[in-house]
Design a protein around this ligand. Structure first.
Ligand SMILES: [Zn+2]
Ligand SMILES: [Zn+2]
Length: 404
């Protein structure tokens, strides 16, 4: 069994390289499905480390590689996949740092640069310990987490969970809302299924002084906006979680004209399939019913986003144990689910696994801006915490498998 002290010393030693990798990635961000340079950087690093079976171009820019332990132990047939996302966001970086984005208008504002650097760090810690563990670790670098339909699903469709057959997976995410030194890991749903809806209400335009001759899509639309609030308050079980947000309502341009059309759109967030089904049905029924009552015709586009991210209890327990070794029990929290979404969820649909979150905020250093903010930046000490927790989790899984 790997000793935590030895591992921590080794990680301290490779930290300058890890930080350099993260900064290189931060300086050279690429949008979803355009991570060509990032993928090249990743496969170059993997090659230099001597990692086996490097495959590139999976779902456009995805990369996978294998590290095989050489011990002939009971876990020798286990395969665990560790996933990192590589994409950046269409945001103009406002940080004044030496590693500021050089790709104007594109920024690593979610921490995926850190996820990628940590997974490269994991390749290193595992390669150095090949003679200390049995089993196989599949490293997976994924394109386009931020942009629906995401890069995960396509990689799975191209066989990322087979050859060899993956038994379980682990992922991490930086958590800028939590202080450095805190790790969040919970069993069950941790992130929501983010669905989207788009409503086009076709009324009948006319003179604002003659409403009796028109079908006013603004009045009908306003009733729809109000009625949608009742999905959460009157239909969903109060013990369950659901968000219905109308995020835009566009109609009309002049004070004396009743417009012809109104368009309304927003998002529905849920943690379970039952609530997701219920919310979709209620949203579409209400919209259709109110449009009918007002005499308007309506087109409803309801798009299901990523599934909810549901952590396996056994894997969550195993990660909690690793995290406790790294940051102490008092700094490992279960944390409530968030209604954000994440396409790592696809990896969890038919294989057990879990995602943990690594606190990266540092108020004293002014590193306080949240994910997707133009001044987002992490405390890089979180890289070591993430890497140590990931390495321990992977090695523990390979040694023991999932707890019953
Ligand atoms: Zn993000
Ligand atoms: Zn993210």
């Amino acid at each position: 069994m790997v000793t935590a002290t030895r591992l921590r010393d080794d990680i301290d030693e490779i930290m300058p390289g890890l930080i350099a990798d993260r900064r290189y990635l931060h300086e050279n961000p690429e949008l979803g499905f355009q991570e060509f340079n990032t993928a090249k950087f990743v496969s170059g690093r993997l090659q230099a480390l001597g990692v086996e079976d490097i495959r590139t171009g999976i779902n456009k820019t995805g990369v996978t590689a294998m590290v095989r332990g050489t011990v002939d132990g009971p876990g020798k047939n286990r395969v665990v996949l560790v996933r990192a996302d590589m994409d950046a966001l269409p945001i103009h970086e406002e940080n004044d740092v030496e590693y500021k984005s050089r790709n104007d208008g594109v920024m690593h504002a979610c921490g995926h640069d850190a996820h990628t650097a940590i997974l490269l760090g994991l390749a290193r810690t595992l390669i150095d310990r090949r003679d200390q563990f049995a089993g196989t670790v599949k490293l997976l670098f994924q394109p386009s987490e931020e942009l629906f339909p995401g890069g995960a699903k396509g990689m799975i469709e191209e066989g990322a969970l087979e050859d060899p057959h993956v038994d379980a997976s682990i992922a991490l995410h930086m958590a800028q809302q939590r202080p450095l030194g805190v790790i969040t890991i919970a069993a069950g749903p941790i992130l929501a299924a983010p669905d989207a809806f788009k409503i086009t209400l076709q009324g009948k335009g006319g003179h604002a002084a003659r409403p009796q001759a028109a079908i006013d899509p603004i009045v009908i639309g306003a009733q729809i906006v109000n009625a949608l609030q009742t999905v959460v308050s009157r239909n969903v079980d109060p013990i369950e979680s659901c968000v219905v947000t109308v995020a835009y309502f566009n109609a009309g341009a002049a004070f004396n004209v009743i417009p012809d059309v109104a368009s309304i759109g927003g998002t529905v967030r849920t943690l379970t399939a039952d609530v997701q089904d219920l919310a979709e049905k209620r949203v579409t029924d209400l919209v259709q019913g109110i449009a009918d009552a007002g005499g308007a015709t309506v087109e409803i586009e309801y798009t299901r986003g990523y599934p909810a991210t549901v952590n396996d209890p056994g894997m969550a327990a195993l990660i909690r144990e690793a995290a406790t070794t790294v940051v102490g029990a008092e700094n490992v929290i279960a944390g409530p689910p968030s209604m954000g979404g994440e396409d790592y969820a696809y990896f969890l649909l038919d294989r057990p696994g879990a995602m943990f979150q690594v606190g990266s905020k540092n108020e004293e250093r002014g590193l306080i801006w949240g994910h997707h903010h133009p001044r987002f930046d992490i405390d890089e000490a979180s890289l070591a915490i993430g890497l140590e927790t990931m390495t321990l989790s992977v090695l523990t899984y390979l040694e023991r498998g999932l707890p019953e």
